[in-house]
Design a protein around this ligand. Structure first.
Ligand code: HEC
Ligand code: HEC
Length: 385
């Protein structure tokens, strides 16, 4: 009797698996006894379908992919698994995604992130969105690492982030999972697992993180932006700077002085072309990389040290708290003139709200929930289909 029921159950599981398109032998535990990833879906990471506003000469020039590490679907798929795999930390508790969370724009909602041993990072976790559009390819707030490929290995041996993982030990650990050798073979032609290949795959996954399906993208693609953006959002765009002149004229905003945010948060990718600078914080000392403002609504707190909890605090900073120092950018001065004082952009609370409304048009729900960027160790629930 027992065996009949058993046979019925396994027959129905088999039928269910066929119906849902999954292989019947989906194993959630790997050979090493730790979680295995769900590899049943084949996702496309190569960015063939980016909208035209991402294909401008300026942005093509910022693209930091080296010839030695072109983005492929197999490479980024491997990178995704590594990115979410806690095996990369010394005590199997922390993955890259512990501090770079998809729903939070691949940043972390806390000011300082917790590492593998509960110790805190000194700076705020950086958003990884649109990281491919930083020509120098340098990594970290101070750009102290000279390539993203090298950068990707740093957290693994960082004493705060993931522990001083012994690399030969880690390579053995990955081999013993059973599933990694095949993923490396698909990505790089042979099953060999090397530190360089780990760095390459992680970086390919990072470079696939392009946000191009927000309300702002739809506005850039529309015949008339007003068909997509509200009056308040258009006002915010005018204040941010960089809105097309026809849009400004149609909305009687052509004479409104903008706050020139677009001088440093440039192009449709919302990145600083040409590297790092100081925006009048830290006493004007030090230059910092500027992560893309894409999805900025969900990556609070803001700045390298996470000093501002809200976008309103950020706007207030640019309105009245710019600090003068050796590194403060002259683009913050009146007419960008080094001999002039800083612009004191007094804006009504209505206008402050409008800039924030505009910044929120950069939120891209599709990107923030896209399964191809999600945790492969998080298996879909059997009853969710
Ligand atoms: C404990 C939290 C934590 C973990 C784990 C972590 N990071 Fe980070 N990450 C940060 C912080 C904080 C920064 C900014 C550090 C700085 O500038 O000093 C950062 C910066 C970065 C940057 C630089 C972004 C840029 O635009 O320059 C990249 C890339 C990155 N991390 C990738 C990864 C990868 C890949 C992993 C896993 C191998 C990982 N991180 C694990 C917290 C973390
Ligand atoms: C002179 C260049 C410059 C101008 C002009 C400028 N910014 Fe920035 N912005 C920066 C830099 C540099 C950073 C990163 C600073 C840091 O982390 O220390 C930054 C960071 C930000 C951040 C936080 C990003 C993050 O990931 O934490 C927001 C939001 C922001 N700026 C919005 C604006 C707005 C809105 C305006 C216009 C009112 C503006 N910026 C004008 C240079 C500039």
């Amino acid at each position: 009797m027992k065996t009949v029921i058993g046979a019925l159950i396994s027959a129905s599981i088999f039928a269910y698996s066929l119906a849902s398109g999954n292989s019947p032998s989906t194993n959630k535990i790997a050979k090493d006894g730790l979680p295995a990833p769900d590899l049943s879906a084949n996702y496309t990471y190569e960015a063939h379908n980016l909208p035209d506003h991402y294909k401008t000469p300026e942005l093509l020039d910022e693209f930091n992919e080296p010839k030695s590490n072109p983005l492929t679907n197999a490479g980024a798929s491997l990178g995704r698994v590594l990115f979410y795999d806690k095996r990369l930390s010394i005590n199997n508790t922390t993955s890259c995604a512990s501090c770079h969370i998809q729903a939070n724009n691949f940043s972390d909602p806390v000011r300082q992130s917790k590492g593998f041993n509960g110790r805190l990072t000194s700076l705020h976790s950086m958003s990884l969105t649109n990281i491919r559009y930083f020509k120098s390819g340098h990594g970290f707030w101070t750009e102290r690492v000279d390539s993203l490929e090298k950068q990707a290995l740093r957290p693994i041996i960082d004493q705060t982030e993931m522990g001083t993982q012994d690399i030969p030990e880690l390579l053995k650990e990955l081999e013993n999972t059973g599933f990694y050798p095949e993923l490396f073979e698909r990505a790089f032609g042979t099953a060999e697992i090397t530190p360089a290949r780990i760095g390459f795959a992680l970086t390919q996954f990072e470079r696939s993180l392009v946000s191009s399906t927000s309300k702002f993208d739809k506005a850039l693609q529309a015949d008339k932006m007003e068909d997509v953006l509200t009056k308040e959002e258009i006002l915010g765009y005018a204040l941010f700077g960089g809105a097309p002149i026809q849009v400004l004229e149609r909305n009687n905003l052509a004479n409104l002085p903008s706050m020139g945010c677009n001088q440093c948060h440039q192009t449709a990718a919302m990145v600083l072309v040409g590297g790092k600078t100081n925006n009048g914080i830290n006493g004007g000392y030090g230059q910092f990389k500027v992560p893309s403002l894409r999805n900025i609504e969900v990556s609070a707190p803001y700045m390298h040290d996470g000093r501002f909890p809200t976008l309103l605090r950020v706007i207030e900073h640019y309105m009245e708290n710019i600090e003068d120092g050796p590194d403060t950018d002259n683009r913050l001065r009146i007419n960008n003139d080094p001999t002039q004082q800083f612009e004191r952009f007094r804006r009504s609370s209505e206008e402050q709200d409008a800039i924030i409304a505009f910044l929120k048009t950069l939120t891209d729900k599709e990107f923030l929930t896209d399964p191809k960027f999600s945790d492969p160790f998080n298996w879909p629930k059997a009853d969710s289909k």
